[in-house]
Design a protein around this ligand. Structure first.
Ligand code: GCU
Length: 637
C-alpha cells in the first residue's frame, strides 16, 4: 500500500544535503516536524503524530521494554488496511482499531487476541515454518498500561522494522517509517493512557523497485519488528542528542555539540569526563544548541586498547551517561592512520544473522558471539554488510576493539533517477549517522555495494558521499566497487577505474577470482593498479564450501577448494602495494533466496568461514594464520 503522501521518516527537508553538523540542526528538525504534520493524512481525523527526532542513547534513559510475545495477524491481501476497492479503511474494520464485536450479531472479521503470537524483536520468517518465504503485511498488537510522571514526556522507540512500518496507538495513527535497518521514535506524551493502551503496527516487507534495497538481494528479506521496542520517559526539556568526538586529525581537541529538546532551550550544560579530569560548562542558544570545544589528555581508543570513558552529559533539567572512546582516523595518500599511526585493517564481512539461532541477530549476546568469532580470526575490523546493523553491534565493537565499516543498502541496481529513492537512501544514511556518531569503532561509511557505473548512478552516489562528508567530517567514506580485468600476455591486470573512486576517501573493491571468474590459481598471475593514490580495502573475495564436505582442492563446495582459494587470494593481496585492508566474504554462512542448489546451498550462501551452525571450516584457519602474522608484523613507518 503505497500512497503518494507517504513520508520517509526524516528526510523530507534534507533535500539531499545532510545538515548534521551545521548550526541549524534544530531548524532542520523543526521544519521536518512541520512537513510531517502537513503531509501525513490522518486516518482517524485527528492529526497524526510525527516521527520524532532520534533520541540518542536510549539504553541510558528511563525505559520500559515492550519486547516479548505480541499478538499478530498475517495479512497477505492487506484486508486490515484496504477495502475491496483498495481504498484505505477508516471504520472499525481497520485492524489498527482493534475493534471487538459489541453483540453476537455484529460482524467483525479480525481478532488479534485469537490470531497467535510472534516474538518481538524477531523476524517472522524463522518463527513459523509457513512464514519462511512470506513477504507482505503482518499486523502486530501489544497492550500495555503506563503511568507517566506528570511532568515528563514519553516516546516510543523502535530499533528497526523491516521494511515499511505504519504505527498506531489507541486507534490513532502515529506515522510511518520506511527502511528496515534504522531506528525511529514517536512522541506519545499526550496520547498514552494510564491503562489499556493498545499499540498496533502494520509491518510490510514487500520488495519494491524504487526501494532501498530494491527487489534483488543476496540476503533473506526478513520481515518484522526485528529490533527492541521501548517506551522512553524524559523530562519536559531533555538532552535529545550530542556529539562528543575528537576533532578531525586531533588526538586532544574535542569538538561537538549538544541539542536540547523542549520548552526551556536556553540552559547551562556540562560535559564531565571524570577519569580525564574534565568538567566543562557551555550555554545553549535559543534553539537549544551548544557548540562544544575543549581539549583533554585522553588514552586513545584502538583495537589493542579499546578505552571507553564514562562521559556525563548534563543540562539543568536532564542528564545522560554515555560511554565514549576517542580516536582519530585519517587517510594519508595510500595509507590509513589510526591515531596518527599506519594501520592495516584485518577484517571480515558479516551479515546481521544470529550466530546460533536462525534469523536476524539483535542484542548484546548475538553481537558478542559474532564479534568474538571475528576476534578469534585475529580481526581488528569488521564490515557490517550491506545495511546498518543493530546499535548493540556498534557498542559491542566499541567494547571489544573492532573498527567498523557501516553501509547503507544501496545494493546492485537501484532506481538512480528516482528522487524518492535518493531521499530514502539519504534518510537511511542520516539515521545511521544520527544513531552511531559517538561510536569510536565506527570509522567508515560505505554508500554503496556493486553498483553499475552510469551518469545517474554517479550523481546519486556523489550526493550520498557529499552528505556523509557534510554530516561527519571526522570519518572516512567508501563504497564496494567492482573492477575490470585486462589480459596482458599471460598475466591479468585489474585496473580500478570506477569514476566514483575520485570522490571516496578509501576504495573498496569486490572480486571473486577463483569462484565466479577463473580458477583460484589465476590470482598468481593477477596484478592490481589504481591511479587514485588512495588506500584500497578488498571488501569482498571468497568461495562457497559446505562444512564437512571434503575432497581435492579443485572440487567445488569442498572445504579444500575454499582453503586453496584463500591461500592463492592471500598471496595476490600481499602483492598489492596500496592494499590497506580486507574483509573477505564472509564470516558465517547466511540465508539467501538466490541460493537454490540442493545439498550444497539449500537457500544458504556457503561462503562463510563458519557454517550456519557455528562450525569452523578449514579456510577459517588460513585467514587466522595470516592475521596472526600481520598482528606480529611491524606497522609501516
Ligand atoms: C556479491 C555481493 C554479496 C553476495 C556475494 C556472493 O559480491 O556483494 O552480497 O553475497 O557477492 O555472491 O556471495
Amino acid at each position: 500500500m503505497r500512497n503518494a503522501v507517504r513520508c520517509t521518516a526524516n528526510s523530507q527537508f534534507d533535500s539531499g544535503t545532510l545538515d548534521y553538523t551545521a548550526s541549524d540542526h534544530f531548524m532542520t528538525n523543526f521544519l521536518r516536524w512541520l512537513t510531517f504534520a502537513l503531509c501525513l493524512p490522518s486516518l482517524s481525523g485527528q492529526g497524526a503524530a510525527q516521527v520524532a527526532p532520534l533520541l540518542a542513547n536510549i539504553n541510558a534513559r528511563q525505559t520500559t521494554s515492550l519486547d516479548g510475545q505480541w499478538q499478530a495477524i498475517v495479512d497477505p491481501y492487506d484486508v486490515g488496511a484496504l477495502d475491496y476497492r483498495a481504498q484505505p479503511l477508516k471504520n472499525n474494520s481497520a485492524f489498527y482499531k482493534n475493534y471487538k464485536p459489541q453483540s453476537e450479531s455484529e460482524l467483525v472479521e479480525y481478532d488479534f487476541d485469537t490470531s497467535g503470537q510472534l516474538h518481538v524483536p524477531g523476524d517472522w520468517n524463522t518463527q513459523r515454518e509457513q512464514l519462511l518465504f512470506y513477504e507482505g503485511s503482518v499486523w502486530y498488537k501489544r497492550s500495555f498500561d503506563y503511568t507517566k510522571s506528570l511532568k515528563n514526556r514519553l516516546f516510543l522507540h523502535f530499533g528497526a522494522c523491516n521494511y515499511l512500518a505504519a504505527v498506531y496507538l489507541n486507534g490513532e495513527e502515529l506515522g510511518e517509517h520506511e527502511g528496515g535497518f534504522t531506528p525511529f521514535d514517536f512522541e506519545i506524551t499526550d496520547r498514552v493512557r494510564a491503562q489499556g493502551n493498545f499499540l498496533v503496527l502494520r509491518v510490510n516487507n514487500t520488495r519494491g523497485r524504487d526501494q532501498v534495497p530494491t527487489v534483488n538481494t543476496d540476503w533473506w528479506n526478513y520481515g518484522g519488528i526485528t529490533r527492541p521496542v521501548s517506551l522512553v520517559e524524559v523530562p519536559q526539556t531533555f538532552v535529545q542528542d550530542y556529539w562528543v568526538q575528537l576533532e578531525k586529525g586531533s588526538t586532544r581537541q574535542i569538538t561537538g555539540w549538544l541539542q536540547l529538546n523542549g520548552p526551556k532551550l536556553e540552559q547551562k550544560v556540562t560535559i564531565r569526563i571524570p577519569e580525564a579530569g574534565v568538567s566543562k560548562t557551555f550555554q545553549t542558544n535559543s534553539m537549544g544548541r551548544a557548540e562544544l570545544s575543549f581539549s583533554a589528555d585522553l588514552a586513545l581508543w584502538s583495537p589493542e586498547n579499546p578505552k571507553l570513558y564514562r562521559v556525563e552529559i548534563a543540562s539543568e533539567t536532564d542528564q545522560v551517561i554515555e560511554s565514549i572512546g576517542f580516536r582519530s582516523i585519517e587517510v594519508r595518500r595510500t595509507d590509513i592512520l589510526l591515531n596518527g599511526k599506519s594501520v592495516f585493517l584485518r577484517g571480515i564481512s558479516l551479515h546481521e544473522e544470529a550466530p546460533v539461532h536462525p534469523g536476524r541477530a539483535w542484542g548484546d549476546d548475538d553481537a558478542r558471539t559474532l564479534l568474538s568469532w571475528a576476534k578469534e580470526l585475529g580481526c581488528n575490523f569488521v564490515r557490517l554488510a550491506h545495511y546498518p546493523h543493530d546499535e548493540s553491534m556498534l557498542r559491542m565493537a566499541d567494547q571489544m576493539g573492532l573498527m567498523v565499516w557501516a553501509e547503507v543498502p544501496v545494493y546492485w541496481t537501484i532506481q538512480w533517477e528516482n528522487p524518492q529513492t535518493l531521499h530514502n537512501a539519504e534518510n537511511q544514511l542520516n539515521e545511521v549517522i544520527a544513531r552511531d556518531h559517538n561510536r569510536a569503532a565506527l570509522i567508515i561509511y560505505s554508500v554503496a555495494n556493486e553498483t553499475p557505473v552510469s551518469d545517474a548512478r554517479n550523481r546519486f552516489l556523489r550526493q550520498l558521499i557529499q552528505d556523509a562528508h557534510a554530516a561527519d567530517a571526522t570519518r572516512l567514506v567508501s563504497a564496494a566497487l567492482q573492477s575490470n580485468q585486462v589480459a596482458d600476455g599471460n598475466r591479468m591486470t585489474i585496473h580500478i577505474t570506477d569514476p566514483i573512486a575520485s570522490d571516496l576517501d578509501v576504495l573498496g573493491n569486490n572480486e571473486y577470482i577463483g569462484w565466479y571468474t577463473g580458477r583460484p590459481e589465476d590470482t598468481d598471475s593477477t596484478d592490481w593498479i589504481s591511479e587514485y593514490g588512495k588506500p584500497l580495502i578488498m571488501s569482498e573475495f571468497g568461495g562457497d564450501a559446505l562444512f564437512g564436505y571434503h575432497g581435492d582442492a579443485h572440487t567445488r563446495w569442498t572445504e579444500e577448494y575454499q582453503k586453496n582459494l584463500y591461500e592463492h587470494q592471500i598471496a595476490m593481496l600481499k602483492r598489492i602495494p596500496f592494499l590497506r585492508g580486507m574483509t573477505p566474504w564472509i564470516l558465517k554462512d547466511f540465508r539467501s533466496p538466490r541460493r537454490t542448489l540442493p545439498r550444497f546451498e539449500n537457500y544458504f550462501n556457503r561462503k562463510g568461514l563458519v557454517s550456519d551452525r557455528g562450525e569452523k571450516k578449514e579456510a577459517f584457519f588460513v585467514l587466522q594464520k595470516l592475521y596472526r602474522e600481520l598482528q606480529g608484523a611491524q606497522p609501516r613507518k
